[in-house]
Write a protein that binds this ligand. Structure first.
Ligand SMILES: Nc1ncnc2c1ncn2[C@@H]1O[C@H](COP(=O)(O)OP(=O)(O)O)[C@@H](O)[C@H]1O
Ligand SMILES: [Mg+2]
Length: 228
């Protein structure tokens, strides 16, 4: 049986007082190597779910297990070690370091892995080639298109070979064509075995992924797989 990379059981999350329910009794499992969309309209709880799954925020109730670790049992140090070793993040706004080359940005994805500098650069170069940017290593973010910047961010998320990548609206700032090529790239990288969870409000994007978990008002309302 394939191992779960994400396991949530009856997870709840509230904000503020009076409390707003952001995650309402969510149970789900994502296996190693899956490619999944979490899809829902604005305000449905997607980012809250990403923050909990990404161990950036703790649930109020329920079990959150990432790569076999019950994260409620980990202190902040162990949690950040799990996060940097197991999870790559991709954001709508790219979040690249502005004055830093594409190579430097991607190499930063290995900063907490104990990899020596020379090897960080070597692996960053290989990763940039894999995302189709072997000819852009010295470009800085402001010298690249949105689609290229997102490729750099994806290379940074994957350079440490995490078993799980979380992408929050990765095509949200891109035109249709660059967005489509980012979706193709995520498919390619998933084919190498990385589990990828794409969070999106875009049902057309979600339809291109083999599994779609729909959320409304913080709750899972559908979980569908395409016939392979
Ligand atoms: N820090 C916060 N404080 C108060 N309410 C919040 C906070 N973050 C999110 N919410 C509320 O939780 C719900 C889910 O928000 P969010 O997870 O950002 O949804 P989505 O990413 O799908 O747009 C919304 O009703 C939102 O207003
Ligand atoms: Mg959001």
């Amino acid at each position: 049986m394939t191992a779960a990379i994400i396991r949530l059981e009856h997870v709840r999350k509230h904000y503020g007082s009076p409390p707003v329910t952001a995650i309402d009794d969510v149970s789900l499992r994502v296996d190693e190597g899956e490619l999944v969309a979490i899809v829902g309209p604005s305000g449905s709880g997607k980012s809250s779910l990403l923050n909990v799954v990404g161990t950036l925020d703790r649930a109020d109730e329920g079990l959150v297990e990432i790569a076999g670790h019950d994260i409620a049992r980990l202190d902040d140090g162990a949690l950040s070690a799990l996060r940097s070793g197991s999870i790559g993040f991709v954001f709508q706004q790219f979040h690249l370091a502005e004055g830093v080359s594409a190579l430097g940005n991607v190499a930063d994805g290995l900063l907490y892995s104990g990899t020596p500098r020379h090897e960080r650069h070597e692996r960053a170069r290989e990763m940039l080639e894999r995302v189709g940017l072997g000819n852009r290593t010295t470009h800085r973010p402001n010298q690249m298109s949105g689609g290229e910047r997102q490729r750099v961010a994806i290379a940074r998320a994957l350079v440490a070979s995490p078993p799980l990548v979380l992408a929050d609206e990765p095509t949200g700032n891109l035109d249709q064509r660059s967005g489509a090529s980012i979706v193709d790239l995520l498919h390619e990288l998933n084919a190498d075995g990385t589990a990828i969870v794409v969070i999106t409000h875009d049902t057309a994007l979600a339809a291109q992924l083999p599994r779609r978990i729909a959320i409304r008002d913080g709750a899972v309302v559908a979980d569908e797989r395409s016939a392979a």
